[in-house]
Design a protein around this ligand. Sequence first.
Ligand code: DUC
Ligand code: ZN
Ligand code: ZN
Length: 471
Amino acid sequence: MKTLITNGTVINATGTAQADVLVDAEKIVALFSPGTTDVQADHVINAAGKYVVPGGIDAHTHMEMPFGGTYASDTFETGTRAAAWGGTTSIIDFAIQKQGERVQDALETWHGLAAGNSAVDYSFHQVIGGVDDESLKAMESLVDEGVSSYKMFMAYPGVFYADDAQIVRAMQKARELGMMTMMHAENGPAIDVLAEQLVAQGKSTPYYHGLARAWQMEEEATHRAIMLADLTDTPLYIVHVGAKQALEQIAWARDKGKNVFAETCPQYLYLSLEKQLGASSEQWGDFEGAKWVCSTPLRAESEGHQDAMWQGLRTNDLQMVSTDHCPFCMKDQKELGKDDFRSIPNGIGSIEHRVDLLYQGVVDGRISLPRWVELISTTPARMFGMYGKKGVIQPGADADIVIYDPNGHTSIGVEKTHHMNMDYSAWEGFEIEGHVDVTMSRGKVLISDGQYHGTKSHGQFIKRGLSQALI
Ligand code: DUC
Ligand code: ZN
Ligand code: ZN
C-alpha cells in the first residue's frame, strides 16, 4: 500500500522544503519536488498549506506509574491514544524498579503493560530505584534489550531515592555499558525537612508544595549530579528542569564541554506558582492548586524561570521538551492530599498537548519551525538512540508523520479536545494557533478528519541503540 502526501511543506530539524512524500507500507521511501513524479499511489493526502513533520517523540511519560498510594490514571491504551491525537507517535516510558525488586521483573512488568495496549510505538528507560549489587549486575543486560538509558532519583527518600554513594556506583556501571544516566535532580532529604516544618505550621495547602521544593534544592542537586557525572566520566541527562538556577548549572557544565543534556516540560514554559497555585493570600487555602502539583514544582513567574526556560531552548542549553506525563484525577487521587500537600500524587497530564504547546512558541516568535521539530522529535530520537528510524522525514525512516495545519485552531479543555484519562485539564482554556490534522504511525493513519482510526495493538516496542547525541 502506497500513500503520497502532496503539496506540503516538509520540515526537518535541518530546514524546510516543498516536497511530496511517498510512503510504502511502514516506511518513507522517497521525497520528490512537487509535481515531478507520476507515481501511482493507493492513497493521496493533499497537504497544501500545511506542514509535514516527523511524528512527535515524548521521551518522558509515566503510564500507570505507582505513586503515593495510587496509580497514574492513563493506561498505555488511553495515554498513547491521547498521544496520537496530539501528534506524538513514539513515547519512552519508565519501567520502575523499586528497592528489593529485580530489575528484570520491573522491565517485564512494563512490557506486559504496554504490549498490545499501545496506539503508538513505545520504548522504556529503566528506573533503578534501589541501587545494590544485584541491580547493578542486572543493568548489564539492558542495552542488549534495547533499553540504553536509566534514571535515578535524588528526591523521594524512602521511595525511589538514590544517595550519592549509590549514584556514583550506578554511574560507573553506566560508563562501562555506554548507557545514558537520567536524573531527577532535587535534594529530597532537605525538601522533606522543609515540607514537614511547613505542615507543622499549618501550611498544608498545595501552594506550599512549591515552597518546600525550593529552587535551591533543584540547583544544588543539579550541580551535584553534574559533578558526580564528571567524576565518573559519564554522560548525564537532567529531566524536567524548571528552575533558572538549575539551568545555569547545566549551561556552565556545557560551556566547559561536559556531556550534560537536559529537557524542560511545557508546564515550566507556560505555568507558574502564582497563576496556577495562587500566590495571593486569599488563594493560599485553595485546593484547586492540587491540579498543578508536580515535581519539580511550578516556579514563580516573578523570578523569571519561565522566560529562562524559553531562552534555554533557544541557546540549546535545553535540548528538548518532554511532558513528564503523569496524570491523576482530582477525584479520589489528588484529593488524597486535601489536608496535607505531601499526600497529593505528583504529576500533570500533557501528552496530548506538547506538540501544540511548542508550536505556539513558533507563533509567538520564540522558536523557529525547524527548532520546533528538533525539540519535539529529532533531538529526542538522537538523544535516546533511535534517530534515522524516528525523528526525521527522509527515505528509510519509519513513516511516522504529522500533517500540521498552521491555519487551524486548537482549544484545549477537558470537554473540548481532551482524550487523556483525567477529570480536569491542567491546560484548560489554552488556545493554540495551529492544529494536528493527520497523525500517521508507521504508514497507518491514526488521526484524520477529526477521527481516531488507530487500534491498541498497533504500537510496537522500539529497541533503542546508544545515544547519538554524545560529543
Ligand atoms: N514528578 C512528577 O511530577 N510526577 C512523577 C514523578 C516525578 O518525578
Ligand atoms: Zn522526576
Ligand atoms: Zn518523570
